[in-house]
Design a binder for this molecule. Structure first.
Ligand SMILES: [Zn+2]
Length: 262
């Protein structure tokens, strides 16, 4: 999935939501550029998970990063009910190439996060690693093609369980900024990638919340066992169309915009 275009609009990112920003599975050229830009040091490994840093770091710091990856990998695997297969790399990056303004991205086997390699990970970096690992699991173990709203919505939703929205009774729209500026007549899943990223991701997670409330988690996980076209898989698994979900989602956002304008 290519999200490179989103990088251009990241300067609009708002500070009100504390979650760091990331861009999901990206094209290989960015990954190659980041891999090339440093002389990477293998700082810690348990044989399954490795932590690489742009320079040597203290052992306890490297171990702390490894521990966070292992814990988040277990948490995400449990949520998605998927096995932890294959090797995984975390690369702690203290600068991304010019023009890339997000805080992280992932490929099928590597997670890149912006952080201070000389310090133990903070909670924001843990959240980001959890989010990225959702992409890693989906990329490596789900066959069905996934539209942006589903991919980022699910990653944000699962990340949000530790951030305090989604699955906790807190409104997924609480704290969103910029909702009022949207044209509520034109809300489309297909446009979410062009919204300010933090808002777009949260709105995508709202669609996942609707799915879970209406159909339950087992149906959501069943999508992962389908192959091919997403809309077809969605219809088979849920008995409704994506358009119906989208219509409910649009109505919920409209209601929230209306509530805020009163
Ligand atoms: Zn993402």
């Amino acid at each position: 999935m290519r999200h490179a275009a989103v990088a251009i609009v990241l300067f609009a990112a708002c500070a009100q939501i504390t979650a760091p920003l990331e861009l999901g599975p990206l094209d290989g050229s960015l990954e190659a550029a980041v891999v090339r830009q440093e002389k990477w040091v293998l700082s810690e490994s348990d044989g399954s998970v490795s932590v690489l840093t742009p320079r040597s770091v203290r052992n306890e710091v490297a171990r702390a990063w490894l521990r966070v990856v292992r814990e988040e990998r277990m948490r995400v695997a449990a949520w998605l009910k998927l096995p932890m297969v294959g090797k995984l790399e975390l690369r702690v990056v203290d600068r991304f190439p010019d023009g890339f303004e997000a805080d992280g991205f992932s490929s099928a086997k590597r997670v890149f996060v912006k952080g201070n390699p000389d310090a133990e990970p903070r909670s924001a970096e843990r959240d980001l690693i959890g989010h990225e690992l959702v992409h890693v699991f989906l990329a490596s173990q789900w066959k069905v093609t996934r539209p942006f709203w589903f991919e980022e919505g699910l990653a944000t939703y699962i990340e949000g369980e530790s951030l305090g929205f989604g699955g906790t009774g807190t409104s997924l729209l609480a704290g969103t900024v910029g909702l009022e500026a949207l044209d509520s007549r034109k809300l489309m899943f297909a446009d979410l990638h062009s919204y300010p990223p933090r808002l777009g991701y949260r709105l995508a997670a709202l669609a996942i919340d609707d799915f879970l409330v209406r159909h339950g988690k087992s149906k959501l996980l069943a999508l992962g066992r389908e192959a091919g076209d997403f809309e077809g898989a969605y219809a088979v698994v849920t008995g409704e169309t994506v358009s119906l979900l989208e219509e409910r989602w649009r109505s919920a956002i409209r209601a929230e915009i209306l509530r805020r304008s009163r």
